[in-house]
Design a protein. Sequence first.
Length: 292
Amino acid sequence: MSFLSGSALLRAPATSLLPRTLRAPLAAVYDGERNSPPVLPLLPEANQERLSLVRMLTAIASVRTIDDLKLRTQQALAMYLPCEHFIFASGRIRAHRAFVYNLIHTDAMSEQCLGEIVGNEGMVPPLDIDLAEHYGRPKFTTTSEMKTPTERIWADIFRRHGIANVAWMVLPGLQRNTFTGYYFINATADISHENKLRMTVLAPYLHIALNRVRGSKQLREQQNDRGSPQASSLLSSRETEIARWVVRGKTNWEIGQILGISDKTVKTHMQNILSKLHASSRAQIAALFSDE
């Protein structure tokens, strides 16, 4: 069996205010083939196509909320990996079983289907594989090829809900024994021979964006709770000092001159600050410390 999915014990935010397209299957985003955007080549050679790919990936990397991630994912899939639905399932491996605790998906994805997959405490049906051994390996599974007893459990669910194939990749989470799987349901047959390579391009950007958004959201929630630690409490005194100079627009060299340390040392501290705050830029650091 080579598919893992599941429903969330902790749901993504409500999306009733999102554009109509997020409340429909991806196939319904465009009004028929006439208005569908052309699918980009796997590795574009034309300048305009290369620029479109770069813009697509940059848009994903720049998201700040889960809703924005869903929107950018939907736009990217229409251009690069056409499919009917997507699911991002995050979970943990315990005693050789997979448990899903958070799920992001197209809103039109069948709740009944997800409910059949997720059991008590988020446990999904058994898998024929050691999930950790397949981290980073793109896969393409068709329901018709699922023959073993374990696979047939999944195949029966898929058939009941019209799932013919799943292109997927699982990547390790930030904590030990955690993971996030990226699943693309009913991928178009036109580029089926390229699905694995296209996921290799797309999934890492989705993974980085999702981890950063979740980290930033968690930090904001901590800051909004009365008595919860502020950003500075997550850093050493030296890191906090440097972060406050970043708020004032100082460069690494300028901070080094002020504090009497080398700019290389400042750079090392900056890397630690970015990691601890799940930030990706000096601007995000400045935003977190601007109210302190």
